[in-house]
Design a protein around this ligand. Structure first.
Ligand code: FRU
Length: 488
């Protein structure tokens, strides 16, 4: 018994947590076991489908399969049985799902559209042969409740150990399916085209460009209007692990044009743009199948490969970011990606106040810098623990400091202060912050900067406090809403 208590303390820090202390309230986390990347996001017949890299047998990476959850509002998720299990020693790595409206694949039954998943099959190396990664198909004719793997798999095999994470969509430009897939060690995204999802033809390569110090993973290519007008650009987003801005895994994006077969970067290839300036947003994916004219909605894995296997949560490990609405806007530096929580999160808000003791809340604030050199908020505060979201005027940087946020000692890479350059036009700091027990997602200046970080505060942590240094900040305005998911 003593040994048990000792072990439990070693894992949970003996701060009074029970197994679900950190369980997020409005972010998706599996009931139990390990998850990493979101996969196959698709909206189909009134349901949002979230598949996810999943180990059905434990809370560490392994036996990768596609877990599955559905939602009608992106905020309440029902976890369903595993959609695509590991089979014959072949793991199911990251990929995407498309709606085959016109049965181009021949998989659809009864004259109705069907869902086709395109995923990487990963055969681990064994003594006699290296690992193999190939691209494969599976299909469903019953609204994603059951799946059949295509007998003709794989559909793409370069006999390579690293060739993964296909993102597929229908291109109106070239009237064919497009696959963006990563050649991780070459720092390239290869584009393929296909009439039927089965036969693929190489169209072009993009890269190396931007940040290249780690492997390139999880490419994503989508179109967005600029400034909500008639002009549009394409965004090519690429994961990088390790070597991202804040260490470990993180993501960059390129803004450019796509003519149906080639992506051209608008910016010099030396320019690196980061999608998120925190440590914990990786392999984000947008939904296929959203109604025409709706801007993409993106969900990422809220984690970092540096310490994902050590997170002090139980009986699950890993969770997703909040669904984010995306836009492209013209700034003085050029066209940049903006992100914010989807509007429907507002439906989960309770009456607003200026304070809360809740552990799941949204906080919107604006603070004039006044004469202060540094202003910010200490949130999830209790005793000597707090997470700071602040602005350093001299450096012109927004930051999140989680070095005193609570449990940090499970990995040397966890205690961190993450920063992003941010010019404040009128010297007012405007923040939208989502907190959900063990995560802090900051959207600054209407989403110009996103900064996502996990935190593991003590259960009593719930205070919010403004502070300023080196002068007097102006009068802050703040609204806090507890977020209560409630019934569906
Ligand atoms: C990214 C990643 C992908 C791969 C998957 C395996 O986090 O490494 O490249 O498909 O995870 O779980």
């Amino acid at each position: 018994m003593r040994l048990f208590i000792f072990l439990a303390c070693a894992v949970l820090g003996c701060l009074g947590q029970d197994a679900n202390t950190y369980r997020p309230q409005f972010h998706f986390s599996p009931h139990e076991n390990w998850t990493n990347d979101p996969n196959g996001l698709v909206y189909f017949e009134g349901e949002y489908h979230l598949f996810f890299q999943y180990n059905p047998f434990g809370d560490e990476w392994g036996h990768m399969s596609w877990g599955h959850a559905v939602s009608r509002d992106l905020l309440h998720w029902d976890q369903l049985p595993v959609a695509l299990p590991e089979q014959d020693g072949i793991m199911i790595f990251t990929g995407s799902t498309v709606i085959d409206q016109r049965n181009t694949s021949g998989f659809c039954a009864g004259g109705k559209p069907c869902l086709v998943a395109v995923y990487t099959g990963h055969t681990p190396e064994n003594g006699s042969r290296p690992a193999l990664q190939t691209q494969n198909l599976a299909y469903s004719n019953d609204r994603s409740r059951t799946w059949t793997k295509f007998k003709g798999n794989p559909v793409l095999d370069l006999h390579m150990s690293d060739f993964r994470d296909p993102k597929v969509f229908w291109s109106d430009e070239s009237k064919q399916w497009i696959m963006a897939v990563s050649l991780p060690n070459d720092h390239k995204v290869r584009l393929y085209g296909s009439p039927d999802l089965k036969q693929w033809r190489t169209l072009s390569d993009f890269g190396p460009a931007g940040a290249t110090s780690g492997q390139w993973e999880c490419p994503e290519l989508f179109q967005l209007p600029v400034d909500n007008g008639h002009e549009s650009r394409w965004v090519l987003k690429v994961g990088l692990n390790p070597g991202a801005l804040q260490g470990g895994s993180g993501e960059q994006y390129f803004v450019g044009r796509f003519d149906g077969s080639r992506f051209t970067n608008d910016n010099p290839s030396s320019l690196t743009l980061w999608t998120d300036y925190g440590k914990d947003c990786y392999c984000a994916l947008t939904f296929n199948g959203l109604p025409r004219g709706e801007n993409p909605v993106m969900i990422g894995w809220m984690d970092n490969w540096q310490y994902a296997a050590k997170l002090p949560t139980s009986p699950w490990r890993g969770q997703m970011t909040a669904p984010r609405k995306l836009s492209l806007r013209t700034t003085s530096e050029g066209i940049r990606l903006f992100q914010g929580p989807i509007d429907s999160i507002q439906k989960l808000r309770t009456a607003s106040s200026q304070q809360t003791k809740a552990h799941a809340f949204e906080m919107k604030s604006s603070v004039p810098l006044g004469t202060a050199q540094e202003v910010g908020w200490k949130i999830l505060a209790a005793d000597r623990n707090f997470t700071i979201v602040g602005y350093d005027r001299q450096a012109g940087k927004i930051f999140v400091d989680r070095t005193h946020s609570g449990l940090t000692g499970f990995s040397k890479d966890f205690p961190a202060r993450t920063e992003a350059p941010l010019a404040l036009a009128d010297n007012v700091l405007r923040l939208d912050i989502l907190v959900d027990r063990c995560s802090v997602e900051v959207f600054a200046e209407d989403g110009r900067i996103a900064m996502t970080n996990l935190v593991f505060p003590p259960p009593s942590a719930g205070g919010i406090e403004m502070y300023s240094k080196g002068g007097q900040a102006g009068a802050a305005s703040v609204k806090v809403w507890e977020i209560r998911p409630g019934p569906k």
